[in-house]
Design a protein around this ligand. Sequence first.
Ligand SMILES: Nc1ncnc2c1ncn2[C@@H]1O[C@H](COP(=O)(O)OP(=O)(O)OP(=O)(O)O)[C@@H](O)[C@H]1O
Length: 503
Amino acid sequence: MTGLSEDMEKQARLLSSQLVLGDRLVEVAATRTVLAWKGIKKDKKSSEIISFSKTEHVPLCDIIAAHKNHINAESGRSQKNPKRLHQMHPHAFTVSYVRRTRRRRRWRCGDVTFHCTNQGLCEQWIQVINEQLSLFTNRPRSLLVYINPYGGKRRGERVYEQKVAPLLRRACISADVIVTERANHARDHLISQANLNEYDGVVCVGGDGMFSEILHGLIIRTQTDHRVDRDRPDSELVPCSLRVGIIPAGSTDCICFSTVGASDAVTSALHIIVGDSQPMDVCSVHHRDRFLRYSVSLLGYGFYGDVLTDSERNRRLGPARYDLAGVKTFLSHKHYEGTISFLPAENKGTPRDKLRCRSGCGACQHKSSLKDRKQREMSEKTNLDKDGGHGWQVIHGKFIAINAASMSCACPRSPKGLAPSAHLADGTADLILVRRCSHLDFFRHLLRHTTKADQFDHSFVEVHRVRKFCFQPRVRRTGLGGPPERGSSDVVLRRHAPVPGDR
Ligand SMILES: Nc1ncnc2c1ncn2[C@@H]1O[C@H](COP(=O)(O)OP(=O)(O)OP(=O)(O)O)[C@@H](O)[C@H]1O
């Protein structure tokens, strides 16, 4: 037998045969971790089999499935001299796998078809490969899919049917699909009707708003099932047992872009199929000991809050509504007065370091135990009660924008995002305060979101990495924006929902 590669020689082969690939004879071997093949030919003099090409291989964790092919008489016609080879190898199977492209971290599905001499061998190959794939317990078998038909450019259903469903079928993953009929349909269904035990994950086909609905549905359902009081900011949330997959079909798709590294339906579907996951921090927002909402991306008060509020009124305009609302809000140039108190995150890097959070990020690996977190929370509380909040910092001022980013919030328009160094799952958020400044200065700051320049390098911008923060707007007066009632909002960062992420 010819050697495939040194690495393969070290591992026990599950199966090894001489098959045909295209117009050449190859030796193919499968181990527990890799499928590899190499071109071979018979030496005319010695009749020995010798190898003549370099080994190609696909890691098993990148294989989607192996399927039997239905060969037709035409197959192979375009190739050099395949007819005889194919007559001698009339049975075939195709292995589908993840192909990484160089283009902006996009993944595609690649196929390689091997021809065998007999049906038994063909079936043996399919069985061996699929048996190994079934050992990957992180891969989903059954999914619950929610499609928002009105998100973004209203292409959710088409994107799912054309790009995602065929891949799920190929990977033998079953999917129950619900096309939503109204806002909060998915959230309500998850809270009160969905039989979550039947599924390995939930898939969101839509934008950030739709993801937020699903996140709320899952977290609220889990907390209700475990009788956790959501109104208490110090309640320990019970993690959801299901992962959430995101197929981007919205306007900005920032959560998908920041976690997967690309805003592309096929790439997301492939991440879901191979069982990738990425934990994410979830931030809970409370007002006077009442739970308001959860957030995993951006909480914006002032400029971004106003842009979102205004854009909601023009939803019929599609993604262009953000541009319109952005220009209007920018021209209005409002500022908001208030007091921000925050608890800085210690030993968690800084929002201006050059680290970029990717899957496998060291800062997000550390899982503090429940005991550690309880102790930290107790000491934070004691410090707060003892001397009015030792460790807490307080800033009073007039602000154009107060933003808390629990992730970079990168999107195709702003590839490094609002908070380039924010981590996905380290239990902190980057609190960005833009103080009152001139129109021109604010424009310069906004412009930097789209360039490589440091957007925090302005005298009127400050940024802090925080665990918790609280905003107390000044009582509303004529000409001053902000919520009508007096009171403060607390934001608490937690680790929580896993989503498929980049590897
Ligand atoms: N069938 C439906 N009809 C109307 N609204 C819906 C429907 N299904 C979901 N929604 C709501 O549409 C909102 C926007 O959806 P989505 O996030 O998918 O699109 P989007 O255009 O990217 O919007 P955003 O930029 O706000 O994220 C969500 O907040 C969701 O609650």
